[in-house]
Write a protein that binds this ligand. Structure first.
Ligand code: ATP
Length: 372
């Protein structure tokens, strides 16, 4: 496709009709083990939703239920108004990209991409046209005649993607499609996938255990643990307002400091905390301390901020930023991240020296100590 056409596709926006997905009461057991435990979720038409969770939490099982490769014990999966739970995979009209790409190594790139069209008995002229457009979308127009085993990992990933979208599926399912790529290529592909989704607009369910990838790509993230959703939110809400210790711990780095709430006042040691909203009455909570939300402050009371005092334990240099491990009076350790800018490095106390840190009330997140 020429540049002109590419621009037209970009400007014209959506080339694919998308459908909402409604998942209701899905349970899947293997013997006595419940891989999915009464899962319900609505994915809006055109939404990019990521399933994020630790290994074994049920992400792939749920994706396979959506694709039709795993039949749940009970529950319903609807695409638009159509009940799908008993439909075989080939009748669901979904595009799929898996971890290992599952390409045919003996075929050319174009042959691989044309395969789903062949299955659907699309005529030759139309098939060639669609393959050409799909190749162009993933920016591999020059490589149609190459064999799969002559491609880099990133190129193979793009072929897999082109093959998944060539028949214009209403729903796209992806299971860790970038896991085999190195960091730099993975980050490039994350942005490319995001742009492709914006252009094509199909409803997308994406599986990853990489929290940064989830934050970068998703409209919403569903955090899953032991076969249940623990929080479903937009990336920023999830990071800034985790509802449980599990979510705060899994997404981003955190230190946890015990806080007691009595008579409507949250106390961190002998200091009263300023909070964005009233705390749960008479509760035991944790203050979630994100490393980048801490600032170093000088002597005196930093008005309007929450103060945390301690001693520097060590610095860890990480290139663009460095970590500062700080031990508090009660022996608890917290970690802060600072940019390696010259003026910051010049003022940071060294190991063994006292340090005073402040956290803004808006960044002062509490999660319950006795739950999750
Ligand atoms: P990962 O990130 O490691 O891929 P996941 O979140 O995708 O993990 P699933 O593959 O969905 O996890 O597996 C969820 C649980 O179900 C795991 O404990 C797994 O061992 C179990 N499981 C999955 N498939 C089967 C099966 N066919 N038979 C028995 N147990 C299974």
């Amino acid at each position: 496709m020429a540049d002109e056409d590419r621009k037209a596709v970009a400007a014209g926006g959506r080339t694919t009709a998308s459908l909402p997905i409604t998942i209701a009461g899905i349970t899947k057991s293997y013997g006595t083990f419940r891989a999915l435990d009464d899962i319900s979720l609505d994915v809006a038409s055109g939404e990019f939703l990521t399933l994020l969770g630790p290994s074994g939490s049920g992400k792939t099982t749920l994706l396979m239920v959506l694709a039709g490769f795993v039949r749940p014990d009970c529950g319903s999966v609807r695409f638009g108004d159509d009940e799908m739970v008993l439909s075989p995979p080939h009748k669901r009209g979904v595009g799929m990209v898996f971890q290992n790409y599952a390409l045919f190594p003996h075929m050319t790139v174009a042959g691989n991409i044309a395969y789903p069209l062949k299955l659907r008995k699309v005529g030759r002229a139309e098939s060639e046209d669609r393959v050409r457009r799909a190749l162009d979308l993933v920016q591999l127009s020059e490589l149609g005649e190459r064999r799969i085993n002559q491609l880099s990992g990133g190129q193979m990933q793009r072929v897999a993607l082109a093959r998944a979208i060539v028949f214009e599926p209403r729903i796209l399912l992806m299971d860790e499609p970038l896991s085999a790529l190195d960091k730099k290529l993975r980050e490039q592909m994350q942005i490319e996938l995001r742009h492709l989704h914006e252009r094509l607009g199909m409803t997308t369910v994406y599986v990853t255990h990489d929290q940064r990838e989830a934050l970068t790509m998703s409209d919403r993230i569903a955090v899953i643990s032991d076969g249940r959703f623990v929080q479903i939110d937009r990336p920023r809400e999830l990071y800034e307002r985790p509802r449980t210790r599990f979510v705060a711990d899994f997404i981003g780095e955190s230190s946890f400091l015990p806080v007691d709430v009595a008579n409507g006042v949250a106390m961190l040691g002998d200091r009263k905390l300023l909070l964005p909203a009233p705390p749960a009455p008479d509760s035991r909570q944790y203050l979630v301390v994100r490393p980048e939300k801490l600032d170093i402050v000088g002597e005196g009371d930093p008005s309007g901020l929450n103060l945390i005092e301690g001693k520097v334990k060590e610095h860890v240099y990480q290139g663009e930023s460095f970590l500062l491990y700080v031990t508090l009076a009660d022996g608890v350790e917290i970690v802060m991240r600072q940019p390696t800018r010259r003026e910051v490095l010049a003022t940071v106390p060294g190991p063994g020296e006292p340090i005073r840190l402040a956290i803004h009330p808006e960044d002062t997140i509490l999660v319950m100590r006795d739950a999750g």
